[in-house]
Design a protein around this ligand. Structure first.
Ligand SMILES: [Zn+2]
Length: 396
């Protein structure tokens, strides 16, 4: 397998390192259609690129949170994933019926139309690219989970509109400035991301939707904190800083200008390498179920988490699932301690809560105080018992 799958990380590094010097004269201006800046054209930011690739490879990682100031390329990087997204099987039906529903729950598990298709041996699904959905910052809860279809309601028919979460099923959902969203919206997104489904109640209507999406959030900590319980629900966490070396900054500037002048040309520059990586990614994704952790890798991960005093079990899930993805991206069937070490900072940082540590140490203090008090009460009562016997002897 190591011969057939090239190391994804190597491919990315090689393609990104290609110097980009040309800045052709503007010609193709006034483009209306959005063309994403090529992923491979992003300078530096290895950890961010790796985290995004791993999240695409393995949905069990639990998504990525990009933390950093403005202007560090977080949104550009997420949008640039469009060209790397793999293919998935998607339902042809608005209810999202899938053949595995019939296999596990029988014909009643799908809508009548799909039951008929299935009975005739017609496909319920088609192959489609994973897509990138962006949550608009001004979204309301009903946009996110779905609402009653006003147009259908005019014709006395009650129907629900699918929300953003249902439309993001089997896709990528990008939530920029996640720390600025209302709590109820963040909770709805995180619950759906964790469960892969969600249920909406609107008046007399109830509907359950599939929502198996890969969540990518970004935030600028200068503009507001994220509740610790929300932070914990993201798999990988990347601190995105500005480029440090002058050379890299200059290169990033050149590529940005070249792209502004002629996006198609820049995209063309990277098209071949991008397609190669997309295919490798697809292949790696299909092979992921075969990848196993070695005993040593498990031991390394558990020791790390224990010594750091991380409570959340999500730390292990992300750590081990990301290590498996890192191994398959490197063309190996087994994830070893090296894979664990490579992705550990992204999986574990920001999981320890100062509040919980303070809380636990204050609880421990209190426990000690209570047991000290109990001890002294016991002593006092036994002291009282013995003088009682003594007084008797005194009276005698
Ligand atoms: Zn159906």
């Amino acid at each position: 397998m190591s011969n057939s799958v090239q190391s994804l990380t190597e491919l990315i590094e090689k393609a990104s390192a290609k110097r980009f010097i040309e800045a052709p004269a503007p010609e193709d201006m006034g483009l209306a259609e959005p063309l994403a800046f090529p992923f491979l054209s992003i300078v530096g930011q290895q950890e961010m690129k790796l985290a995004l690739m791993l999240a695409l490879l393995n949905p069990h990682i639990g998504g990525v949170l990009l933390i950093g100031p403005r202007g560090t390329g977080k949104t550009t990087a997420v949008r640039s994933l469009t060209d790397l997204l793999p293919d998935v099987l998607r339902s042809r039906c608005g209810y999202g019926c899938m053949p595995e529903d019939v296999e596990t729950g029988g014909m009643d598990a799908v809508c009548p139309d799909c039951a008929q298709l299935y009975a005739h041996g017609d496909p319920l699904t088609f192959e489609d690219r994973v897509r990138l959905h962006e949550l608009p910052l001004n979204s309301r809860l009903e946009d996110v989970v779905g609402s009653i279809d006003e147009r259908a309601a005019i014709h006395q028919r009650l129907r629900l509109n699918r929300g953003i979460l249902a439309r993001a099923d089997q896709n990528l959902l990008y939530v920029d400035e996640i720390n600025l969203l209302d709590d109820d919206i963040i909770d709805a997104i995180l619950d759906a991301a964790a469960q892969g489904t969600y249920t909406v109640h609107r008046g007399p209507l109830v509907a359950t939707y599939r929502a198996r999406f890969i969540l990518i959030g970004s935030m600028n900590p200068e503009e507001g904190r994220l509740r610790p319980q929300i932070l914990d629900r993201f798999g990988l966490r990347v601190i995105v800083r500005g480029l440090e070396s002058r050379q890299e900054r200059l290169e990033a500037y050149r590529r940005t200008i070249a792209y502004r002048n002629n996006p198609r040309k820049v995209i063309q520059e990277y098209a071949e390498a991008t397609e190669l990586i997309r295919q490798e990614l697809q292949l790696a994704r299909e092979r992921l179920p075969e990848i196993q952790l070695t005993k040593q890798a498990e031991a390394t991960g558990l020791k790390l988490i224990q010594e750091l005093g991380v409570d959340s079990l999500r730390a292990e899930i992300t750590l081990f699932e990301a290590a498996r993805a890192h191994a398959v991206a490197d063309g190996r069937l087994r994830a070893n301690p090296g894979d664990v070490r490579k992705i550990a900072p992204m999986a574990i940082r920001l999981r320890r809560s100062q509040f919980m540590q303070d809380y636990i140490s204050s609880v421990t203090e209190e426990e000690k105080e209570i047991s000290r008090l109990l001890q002294s009460l016991k002593r006092r009562s036994s002291d009282r018992k013995s003088p009682k016997g003594g007084s008797k002897s005194k009276g005698a």
